[in-house]
Structures are given as C-alpha cells and as structure tokens.
Design a protein around this ligand. Structure first.
Ligand code: GTP
Ligand code: MG
Length: 193
C-alpha cells in the first residue's frame, strides 16, 4: 500500500480547499508534538515526506497524501502550539469542521503519547467523533520513551477513556516511529480500509 506510491497532494487551509471526496481516506489526529507527521513518515518509509519537528505546531495545514487508493491525511495538532492565538483558533475550527464533515473519512487515528495517556483535549475530539459517527482508533506513540508500570498506567487510563466512546475501536495500537514498533500492524490495518 505505501511502498513507493505515496505522494504529497496538497496542503489545505480552508474547507473549500479540500480535494474532491472521490476516494476513502484516513487521518492522523492528536495533540501538537504527539508524533503524527513522524508516524506518516514511518508508515511510508520516507523520512522527509511529512514535516516533523520538535516545535509543537509544525504542521499548519491539512496535508493530503495518496497511498494506493486512499488519501492519508496529516492534521495540525490540537491542544497547544507555538503560534499566535488567532492562528491556532483558526486551525482548531478547521480541524473540527474537517473531522465532523468529511464524507469519505473512513477512520481517524487518534494519537496519544504513551507517556501521558488520554488528556481532556483528546476526550473532546473523541466526543466530536462520536457525535459525527466517525470511527476512530487510538494509536499510542513514542512507546520507546516509557516502560513498565508507567506505560501500564497510561494504557489503563487511555482504555478507561475509550470505553466511554461508542465510535472507538477498543484496542490500542502501540507504536514507536523511532524504533519501528507497531508500524507493520498499523500498515496492515490501513490496508484493510
Ligand atoms: P505537530 O505537527 O506540531 O502537531 O506535531 P506532530 O504530532 O506532527 O509531531 P512530529 O511528528 O512533528 O514529532 C514531534 C517530535 O516527537 C519530533 O521531535 C519527533 O522526532 C518526536 N517523535 C515522534 N515520534 C517519536 C517516537 O516514536 N519516539 C520518539 N522518541 N520520538 C518521537
Ligand atoms: Mg505534524
């Protein structure tokens, strides 16, 4: 699915800029800096495809990529960002419109940092997805940075949060874009869409 056929299509800053909804798509949502762009790069095996950075707020547009017959979409982060308040507010509004109003959006991968577990802003997005009947699945990121009891605690916290959301898949996918854990699992899941 991803091998050699992933291309950047366009970056979008307003709903009327979205590409025609002529194929299914999946997207990656999550707090700023959680690792959305890095995960897309790991899935495609192309380091510089989606721009990743240590500065929260790196991705400022809805970025569309093709992967086989799908669109794969990298979103700006929610929660916090190093950008002016008015700019952040504009992204958040666009993000919510996109997540609740894209007819071909087949699944949202909600990324959660394995060190922290689900936070209030994650719950807010999950509730929005429930209301819009958009199926989502949680991907824990950066599992290379946490282990043992601390990991178990954040997984338990996240599972407890998920149990309240009808649009959620119950199982968590554990990933590290740095070490490669879970990447093949996620690729296989996307290939079934
Ligand atoms: P925004 O576009 O700002 O919303 O951020 P993002 O969610 O796209 O995060 P990005 O992929 O840019 O990664 C943020 C930082 O986390 C970068 O410094 C990455 O190198 C780092 N990072 C991402 N994934 C992993 C991982 O699996 N392990 C480790 N150790 N670091 C990671
Ligand atoms: Mg990004």
């Amino acid at each position: 699915l991803f091998a050699g056929e992933t291309e950047f299509v366009k970056g979008v800053v307003a709903m009327d800029g979205l590409p025609e909804a002529d194929r299914l798509e999946v997207c990656f949502a999550g707090r700023s800096n959680v690792g959305k762009s890095s995960l897309i790069n790991a899935l495609t095996g192309r380091k510089g495809l989606a721009r990743a950075s240590n500065t929260p707020g790196r991705t400022q547009e809805i970025n569309f990529f093709t992967a086989g017959d799908l669109y794969v979409v990298d979103l700006p982060g929610y929660g916090f960002a190093n950008a002016p308040v008015a700019v952040v507010a504009k992204w958040q509004a666009l993000l919510k419109q996109y997540l609740s109003g894209r007819p071909t959006l087949r699944r949202v991968f909600v990324l959660i940092d394995a060190r922290h577990g689900a936070k209030a802003v994650d719950e807010e997005i999950m509730t929005l997805l429930d209301r819009s009947a958009v199926t989502f699945q949680v991907v824990m990121t950066k599992i290379d940075k946490v282990r043992g009891a601390a990991l178990e605690e954040s997984l338990a916290k996240t599972r407890a949060a998920l149990a309240k959301h009808p649009a959620a898949y119950p199982e968590l996918i554990l990933t590290s874009s740095d070490k490669g854990d879970g990447i093949d699992v996620l690729r296989a899941i996307i290939a079934t869409i």
